[in-house]
Design a protein around this ligand. Structure first.
Ligand code: S3P
Length: 437
């Protein structure tokens, strides 16, 4: 455990750059691994989650090297992954687990997936079910959790699958399994989720057809693809930028530029909601990086007002609710959120854990089955924690959100463990200390 008390800050001022997008970094490594030849990736997130993906691919025969700021991946071709000698340790990373399960499902490979205490509680049934229909044989721990053993089938069976939960990880697992499967694999997505897989698959030369039927997105992938190696530039992670955007909005006198932030519309709804709350967030230098829309964000301290968050926006800001709750705790009036059942199966139960954490810091929070209702202070500092540290439950986003809450508190906010922050944002504390110093 590495506890830390985050204390009231001076105005945050300066220009920062957040690390590469976690979702895109995982996909860049995996698709490069399936190309024939050497792909080069710049801006890759060097967080523990992405390094878990790299280590697993390496264990299945893919050479991955870092040359200065660039990562080089010597792909083995679609269908070319080899049997790993040992269990694949996924650490804290649900994305590594679910996407790699998809990849392995259509290879003649048997792999055991293990993870830390947080990951070992998370539901894998949502990928076990469709991958099982494709022919993979999966033996999981009780409740459909890790550790699990997956025996891939080659050739696998193409399926048409309607997603029962809005999950980009499940969608991507099926599409990745479909890559080494004869025929056409179809995913029907009633609620759109992040589309990084589709964008990057097309970039690598996969035959992908996108359509709409009765309001649902249809994604068809043609199997037995041949990938040519690519140069990929990974944009900055909007989910990491979120902590600094909220910090700049709520710490009086702040003005921060966050450069190179990915603003894919399937990811960027937090900034829409913060603007609805009165947040002053400007997009500068809009451009495209690695097939994704990107801009620099200029964020200034703002008087925020509570809002009712449209549940339809949830999938496009699913990882940003913990820090939105912190913004809500500082807003004037009530913020209501709903439709957030999925938050209960993230790295922690983010509704229960954030309700307890903000409550411990003195905010007015009510927990409902599918969301939180928060009555904000109208800009006055929170009391802060005095009765012991916040239990972050091995959840990086809880630790970073409560660090931001500490910046606007009388007593500071103590979190029990900052180590999980390194899963997605290794230099978070250094950037925060630099801006506040
Ligand atoms: C991710 C999808 C989301 C998100 C996770 C990353 C991805 O998970 O919460 O942090 O990279 O596809 P779900 O697919 O479970 O919603």
């Amino acid at each position: 455990m590495r506890p830390r008390r985050f204390e009231a800050a001076r105005p945050l001022r300066g220009t920062i750059r957040v690390p590469g997008d976690k979702s895109i970094s995982h996909r860049a490594l995996m698709l490069s691994a399936l190309a024939v030849g050497e792909s080069r990736i710049s801006g890759l997130l060097e967080g523990e989650d992405v390094l878990a993906t790299a280590a697993a691919l390496h264990a299945m025969g893919v050479q991955i090297e870092r040359h200065g700021a660039e990562w080089r991946v010597h792909g083995v071709g679609v269908g070319g992954l080899l049997q790993p000698a040992n269990a694949l340790d996924m650490g804290n990373s649900g994305t590594s687990t679910r996407l790699l399960m998809g990849l392995v499902a259509s290879h003649p490979v048997t792999a055991t997936f293990t993870g830390d205490a947080s990951l070992s509680k998370r539901p894998m049934g949502r990928v076990i079910e469709p991958l099982g229909r494709m022919g993979a044989d999966i033996t999981a721990s009780p409740g459909g959790t890790l550790p699990l053993m997956l025996r891939g089938l080659c050739p696998a069976v193409p399926i048409s699958y309607r997603l029962p939960v809005a999950s980009a990880q499940v969608k991507s697992a099926i599409l990745l399994a479909g890559l080494n499967t004869p025929g056409i694999t179809t995913v029907i997505e009633p609620v759109p989720t992040r589309d990084h897989s589709e964008r990057m698959l097309a970039g690598f030369g996969a035959r992908l057809e996108l359509g709409d039927e009765d309001g649902a997105r249809i994604i068809r992938i043609h199997g037995q693809a041949e990938f040519s190696p690519q140069q990929i530039a990974v944009p900055g992670d909007p989910s990491s930028a979120a902590f600094f955007a909220v910090a700049a909005l709520i710490v009086p006198g702040s003005e921060v530029v966050i450069e190179n932030v990915g603003l894919n519309p399937t990811r960027a709804a937090l900034f829409t909601v913060l603007r609805q709350m009165g947040g002053r967030i400007e997009e500068l230098n809009p451009r495209e990086v690695g097939g994704e829309p990107v801009a620099d964000l200029l964020v200034r301290h703002s008087a925020l007002t509570g809002v009712e968050v449209d549940p339809a926006l949830a999938p496009s800001m699913i990882d940003e609710f913990p820090v939105l709750f912190v913004a809500a705790a500082m807003a004037q009036g009530r913020t209501t959120t709903s439709g957030l059942e999925e938050l209960r199966v993230k790295e922690s139960d983010r509704l229960a854990v954030m309700a307890a954490a903000l409550g411990a810091a003195g905010a007015q929070v009510a927990e409902r089955e599918d969301g939180l209702v928060i009555d904000g202070t109208g800009g006055d500092p929170l009391p802060g924690t005095t009765g012991g540290p916040i239990a972050t439950q091995l959840d990086h986003r809880i630790a970073m959100s409560m660090a931001v809450a500490g910046l606007v508190s009388h007593a500071g906010v103590e979190v029990d463990d900052t180590r999980p922050i390194a899963t997605s944002f290794p230099n978070f504390e250094a950037l925060l200390d630099g801006l506040a110093g």
